[in-house]
Design a protein. Structure first.
Length: 169
């Protein structure tokens, strides 16, 4: 009974048992118990990773398509992998408060060295020199970034000679 209304039912042509009228609307005169028709199955098709759709096929066809499809529903095991176990730690490792004992070149000294290098060699070799100073541990990364910004601004500024030639025309 649905919402107090008894649905209409009809008789099965084979066993005379009642069956829903919706089955008659679909064209069936036999109930599901007496039916010899095989249940349908489906095969999922993915033309794109987010655009999958279902194709209704028989169970035999579905099994064959799932076997052929690389995204089939078969359960695959990984025999080469060992099981992953997490070991429990009884006591945490003690924290060692180690101070950094690296000595870097001071910012002013590094800036002076790089400016002299820039005057002698130019922009591109100076950037390589700065990277080499940083990777060898002579200057820290923040110092390299600050000096590189200064060198880049110096490179992009027009020289007074270029300004006078531009405005004299």
């Amino acid at each position: 009974m649905i919402n107090g209304i008894k649905p209409k039912a009809i008789q099965c042509s084979m066993c005379n048992d009642t069956m829903p009228s919706a089955r008659l609307d679909m064209g069936y005169t036999i109930c599901t118990k007496c039916s010899t028709e095989e249940k349908v199955s489906c095969h999922t098709i993915y033309p794109h990773k987010t655009g999958g759709y279902i194709q209704v096929v028989s169970k035999e066809q579905s099994a064959n398509l799932n076997r052929l499809d690389r995204r089939g529903t078969g359960v695959k095991s990984a025999p080469k992998y060992k099981p992953f176990n997490i070991d429990t730690i009884d006591e945490p490792k003690p924290f060692r408060n180690k101070k950094c004992n690296k000595t870097y070149t001071t910012y002013d000294d590094a800036l002076q060295m790089v400016n002299q290098y820039y005057d002698e060699w130019g922009y591109e070799p100076t950037l390589k020199y700065l990277r080499q100073m940083n990777s060898s541990g002579t200057i820290p990364l923040m110092t390299r970034i600050k000096i590189q910004d200064i060198i880049t601004n110096r490179y992009l500024e027009p020289t007074p000679r270029a300004l006078t030639r531009h405005f004299n025309k």
